[in-house]
Design a protein around this ligand. Structure first.
Ligand SMILES: [Zn+2]
Length: 113
């Protein structure tokens, strides 16, 4: 489950932010997960809860913001919604569609005290 290492990465971002901005507790983490990022939001929540135990983010709520996938079709040259990498273009049925949006996971915001 690669979500475990991703959750550790999120915790590191939170801890770095805590050092920089001098807060001591995190109440919630807003995490953007792209539809094409190959991250399972439920698994991410589970791993996050496990990883933050005993840290400044213990008990923090993980708010997952799902970002829709988007791609550029090389056949019809349109930007189209893309549910999965290597799917054909929903507009013309052609290939290839290069993923241009919803490919990443990132910490968007922290609610701290
Ligand atoms: Zn197309």
């Amino acid at each position: 489950m690669h979500e475990m290492s991703l959750a550790i990465g999120v915790l590191q971002i939170v801890e770095d932010a805590a050092r920089e901005r001098h807060f001591r507790r995190v109440r919630s983490v807003f995490l953007e997960i792209g539809e094409l990022a190959a991250v399972e939001p439920e698994a991410m929540r589970f791993c996050f809860d496990a990883v933050v135990r005993g840290t400044l983010a213990e008990g923090a709520v993980l708010n997952v913001i799902e970002v829709a996938g988007e791609g550029l079709c090389f056949n019809c040259n349109r930007t189209v919604p893309l549910a999965a990498r290597y799917d054909p273009c929903p507009a013309c049925g052609g290939y290839p569609v290069q993923a241009t949006g919803g490919t990443e996971m990132r910490v968007k915001e922290l609610e701290v005290e």
